[in-house]
Design a protein around this ligand. Structure first.
Ligand SMILES: [Zn+2]
Length: 296
């Protein structure tokens, strides 16, 4: 009996049971629910190949698709006091930070700053990382934005910001709110130097970020179907006690209402940014070509 139960039965069971695929080999599109092969999905910049749904993408996955030949330099964020208020909720803030840092790539907080050639011209990029504590803006992000702006001015390069954030970093209290003004001043540095500041709004851009640097661009591009707004639709609906229109706070809705200049597919972002920077920085060479043509 032992031989039958210990040897033959497992062998037979192995033959009839389906082999489990590794968990991360496939993923399901949250919009159309089709299965996607993870490797294809990554090559496709995390856009669903069936329905075109743009899933959230972290900065380090996005950067190679923006710069010439995928070559760029990362700029570490300036050091700041990591837990100025010694804040604690269910967990200590510095423990939360350390955990997020251990999973983050290319940065120590929710912002990645990179520079490199884009269309043969130097560009500075500042990308919020929603995977790092919801892309929340604390002191480190504010300092990073100032650094990116100073870099743009020093190199006479355009500044391109990618927003993806739930808003201010609650654990830093008032210091977090101060970053609204700091990031606004950072944008002003770039504008005063006569350099372009372009914002790419990605899913989701809300709270303090949408109330500061993310809405101050010379040009606002948005990825399709991204949530962009200050307060969430549920909060607004509960406050005004009215049904909200369909597609409220989505990129396409904001385009229709004049808050966004163009909704651009992720695969078209690089060429659109190159064309925009060219139009804004070489006005003579690009004379005769309208902006509407440029971003389409
Ligand atoms: Zn899909």
């Amino acid at each position: 009996m032992n031989w039958l139960t210990n040897f033959v039965r497992p062998k037979l069971r192995a033959l009839v049971t389906r082999k489990e695929a590794p968990e991360n080999l496939w993923l399901k599109c949250p919009k159309c629910e089709q299965m996607l092969f993870t490797r294809d999905w990554e090559v496709n910049q995390q856009v669903c190949s069936h329905c075109g749904h743009h899933m959230r993408i972290r900065p380090m996955k996005r950067l190679p698709h923006l710069f010439d030949e995928g070559k760029y330099e990362l700029h570490p964020l300036p050091r700041v006091t990591s837990d100025p208020l010694k804040f604690r909720d269910t967990k200590r803030y510095d423990a939360r930070l350390k955990e997020a840092q251990s999973k983050a790539e290319g940065t120590t907080d929710a912002l990645v700053v990179a520079s490199g050639p884009m269309g043969g011209r130097m560009a500075i990029m500042a990308l919020l990382d929603f995977g790092f504590m919801g892309g929340s803006m604390g002191t480190a992000v504010g300092e990073g934005l100032v650094m990116a702006a100073e870099l743009a001015v020093a190199r006479k390069a355009p500044l391109i910001a990618f927003s993806a954030s739930g808003g201010a970093r609650m654990q830093e209290g008032i210091l977090s709110l101060m970053q609204l003004t700091r990031s606004t001043i950072a944008v002003r540095l770039v504008k005063q130097a006569g350099l372009p500041y372009i914002v790419v709004l990605t899913d989701p851009t809300t709270g303090g970020v949408s109330a500061s640097f993310a809405m101050l661009g010379d040009v606002h591009l948005a990825e399709p179907d991204a949530i962009i707004g200050f307060a969430g639709p549920r909060v607004i609906q509960d406050t005004i006690r009215q049904e909200l229109p369909e597609g409220f706070q989505r990129s396409e809705y904001l385009l229709e209402h004049g808050m966004v200049d163009a909704v651009v597919h992720r695969h078209k972002l690089r060429e659109t940014l190159i064309r925009l920077v060219h139009l804004l920085m070489d006005p003579v060479a690009s004379e005769g070509r309208g902006l509407a043509v440029a971003v389409r």
